[in-house]
Design a protein around this ligand. Structure first.
Ligand code: FES
Length: 175
């Protein structure tokens, strides 16, 4: 895992928007939700998890990362990264009703229109910008947002302490 994003600050999250309106709205809501969440960025570190162009625009990719929890233990931290142009959204890859990964088939996260996240097992649909389930067994519940930033053409995770390469296995879901 690269560390080229060290020194990132929260004010750098708002980049240019080059997406359609549905994604403009989604981006605005997602950033607001991250800002209002319990994510803290006390150390201002960000961890590059892949290059921006490694995820095609309008596609989603899963990552199996490891996080350092508050008690110091290392825990699995599977996340979904969705890219639209230079914008990215992140969520824990964990359904709110059943706690399992959404991609029943590896890295198949989006519905056929490519505008919502979908549980491959039950067909539940989640809005990209809010993570809210709008259809399915967890309707009314939400995915947990993950703070991301695009820096130096890398997609970076921030607001958490990740276990870095060499300390534990981590990386892309398809690696
Ligand atoms: S696991 Fe929750 S909708 Fe499928």
């Amino acid at each position: 895992m690269r560390e080229s994003c060290r020194g990132w600050s929260a004010s750098e999250t708002n980049g240019p928007v080059d997406a359609g309106k549905v994604f403009d709205d989604a981006i605005a809501f997602h950033d607001k939700r991250i800002a209002g969440s319990e994510v803290t960025m006390t150390d201002h570190l960000a961890y590059a998890i892949c290059a921006l162009n490694e995820i095609p625009s309008q596609r989603a990719q899963g990552f199996h990362l490891m996080i350092v929890a508050e008690d110091g233990s290392q825990q699995p931290w599977p996340i979904i990264v969705i890219r639209w142009g230079r914008q990215v959204f992140g969520y824990l890859n964990r359904c709110p009703h059943d706690g399992v990964n959404l991609d029943w088939e590896r890295n198949q996260f989006l519905d056929q229109n490519g505008t919502r996240l979908m549980c491959g097992k039950h067909g539940a649909l989640f809005e990209l910008g809010t993570g809210n389930c709008v259809e399915g067994p967890c309707k009314g519940q939400s995915l947990t947002p993950v703070a991301l930033a695009v820096l130096d053409n890398d997609i970076c995770v921030t607001g958490v302490t990740l276990v870095e390469d060499g300390e534990a296995a981590s990386g892309r879901a398809d690696a």
